[in-house]
Design a protein around this ligand. Sequence first.
Ligand code: UGA
Length: 433
Amino acid sequence: MKLTIIGSGYVGLTTGACFAEAGHHVVCVDNDEAKVASLLAGEIPIFEPGLEALVKKNVSAKRLRFTSSTEEGVDHGEVLFIAVPTPPQADGSVDLSFMEKVAREIAQYLTSYRVIVDKSTVPVKTGERVAHTIRRHAKPGVEFDVVSNPEFLREGSAVADLMKPDRIVIGGNSDRALALMQKIYEPFMAPVLVTDINSAELIKHAANSFLALKISYINALAEICEISGADVLKVAEGIGADKRIGRSFLNAGLGYGGSCFPKDIAAFIAISEQLGLPFNLLKEVQSINNRQIDRFLDAIREALWVLKDKKIAVWGLSFKPNTDDVRCSVAMTLVERLVAEGAVVSAYDPKAMDKARELPVAAQIRLTESALEAAKEAEVLIIATEWPEFASVDLAALRETMHTPLIFDGRNLLDPAAVRDFGFQYRGIGRGV
Ligand code: UGA
């Protein structure tokens, strides 16, 4: 099928590449001409395992191309996916101006029937607004349908998630549009759930909020474990073994970050308030998440007394492993807070150094070439992101290079017993034993 993706960011680019891989003919549109030029030159702006190879393969197979012309995109695709940013506003509600702008642009170029799909994460009832906007700006009599098709990919495993999804959610009210959508997803052989538009939109916010709730639940338990002398890893294993609960997303740590959860939970709270039904449970999820970093810093202060002029090493800057994304990364927030207290921070990340360098705080820290170099003469080592390479570090060399053998493991990556054997003092999250 001929498909168009408008917005070649994280979701747009990976979705476009995976649709092409499934045999569709895909045009990815982006209004950032420089980005389009670099994509045409084969440069992928993000680190995502498997993506570069997939893009190159499908570009040379002529199933995937890039353009900055929305008109060309609207002309090409029978189905037009909107995958533009939906950033948060100061009050947590979603800024839908990119969405509205693209809807108007599409309307301007519509000449015959198209399905317009909301792929971006949007508040419930956005589909109705998109349909209304297109109707208002399109030539009279032009036919179209609007569909909601939320995306559930995770950064770091986006290609695998897209090629083998747990489920596909398609929300729409036109048989013609739903048939086309089902045809697009046939090659993926995944369960398809067909709903109305509003339910599909809600599913996305509800799913992310539930995952965040699991994380905050285990983080609140971690605090109880620390005080009561229990091990949160064992507690997570014990409760997660119940199939109704499940072990995933019960990893206690510094809390959730990234460009999705913090934004989506805030948005869902704002949506619920607009509907007159404040979702207070999610407010608690947020405050537990914010408390994680405060508690962690308190514990470091407790160990070092003052942070000013202390040499502190931070391992991991991306918001989670296998990505170079530092947007809303808890690791970066931690670094900023350490710097604000006058600490002398050396930091290392296997993939996110370039992205970290673009942030203002980069000028106030030392970014090193290796994990061991960051730890040189440090009085404490903080593990902020659980990259696998940190788990296999040479502990003897680490012990040798640090000023004081003290590790604060914000992601419970290391084995406390093994680390203590090398003479380190170790503190994880929720490991009160
Ligand atoms: C999340 C969802 O998992 C995807 O299904 C969704 O499509 C995506 O948001 C989105 O809305 O676009 P992502 O943000 O890429 O995906 O990353 P996750 O793997 O979900 O991790 C989010 C944060 O939670 C990370 O900071 C991670 O460190 C943290 N986390 C995750 C924990 O602290 N503990 C856990 O047990 C799991």
